[in-house]
Design a protein around this ligand. Sequence first.
Ligand code: URA
Length: 221
Amino acid sequence: MSMLTRNLDLFDPIDAAVGERSTPEEQLEVIAGFVRGCVLCGLGRNRRHAVPGEGGARAGLMIVGEGPGENEDLQGRPFVGRAGELLDKILAAAELPRPSVFITNIVKCRAADMVDGKLVNRPPQAPEVNACRPYLVRQVEIIQPLVILCLGAPAARGVIDNNFNITEQRGRWFEGPYGSRLIATFHPAFILRRGGAGAGARELKKLVWEDMKKVMEALAD
Ligand code: URA
């Protein structure tokens, strides 16, 4: 069982609002509206923009990252900074154009701490991930992707298993909701931190590409 389970609330205002819409595009917009107004955790207090996610409402592939960074917070769109550029290259190589994929994060607002007067990104904490998960669960319910690809350990821990070990368990398949298949690979920002073009980064890129080939095969099944 993955982390993407649902609370059995008898009445939930998000479900009620989603239920009034018939197309998945409209339903995703309802979720985005709730995300933009969300104050369920402290991250909502410092955001410039929430980042609900974007892409195909009937996408076969959903990509889940760790959370918005500075550029994403400024623009309200996922993966638009340097890590996003590398993700775009990976998607282009896999012949998966951005609009054919739905891209989102385990938390929809930037996690950052003030250090010496400057905001510095940090991984989201468990209570923040838990508060935000219902939005992701509903996005998965609406889109019903064939494959959910987690980028990096925090995303894999938020989606697949609390104790996920990215080095040991990346590239393996796990069972997700609605018949979906879950898999994780390294986060593009992790490759960039290894220097982008150096030997360490090259090795990581090779592993990510092995994982992407599995994703491509699963989408073609
Ligand atoms: N890194 C992430 O994990 N998500 C984004 O949206 C951007 C960078």
